[in-house]
Write a new protein. Structure first.
Length: 128
């Protein structure tokens, strides 16, 4: 699967975003080392704090189904009234830490116009 194909799956997952409070819709697509892909979207809540980011939804779906090896994640985010995000949406700090729990620093992080790595986005992640 190419990075472009994975990003396209993130754009499709974004269509399921539940984001009535921020009107910022995010989709994520996580590529596992066996070739399978788990997607997620952001799911907001009236109390705001319980809101789940798209990346964490994708990671938790995958991990809860027994997946442990990951090679790339694509993230597509932008104003909900636009079908196609026109800029880069990078994982938030909390999602970077969650990714670091399960993914190597070499994990490719694919956004609309960039490809970087988790290690670049979160050097010296916290580990017990
Ligand atoms: N959001 C994500 O889904 N992923 C991120 O990495 C950053 C933020 C969501 C949370 C919230 O629903 C909306 O974007 C605005 O912060």
């Amino acid at each position: 699967m190419t990075h472009q194909e994975l990003y396209r799956l993130a754009v499709l997952a974004r269509e399921m975003s539940y984001s009535p409070y921020s009107n910022f819709a995010v989709g994520a697509a996580l590529l596992c080392d066996d070739g399978s892909v788990y997607t997620g979207c952001n799911i907001e809540n009236a109390a705001l704090g319980p809101t789940a980011c798209a990346e964490r939804v994708a990671v938790f779906k995958a991990v809860s189904e027994g997946k442990r090896g990951f090679v790339a994640i694509a993230v597509a985010g932008g104003p909900a009234d636009s079908a196609m995000p026109d800029g880069d949406c990078f994982p938030c700090g909390v999602c970077r830490q969650v990714l670091a729990e399960f993914c190597p620093p070499s994990l490719a992080v694919v956004t609309k116009n960039h490809v970087t790595t988790l290690g670049q986005l979160l050097p010296h992640s916290f580990k017990l």
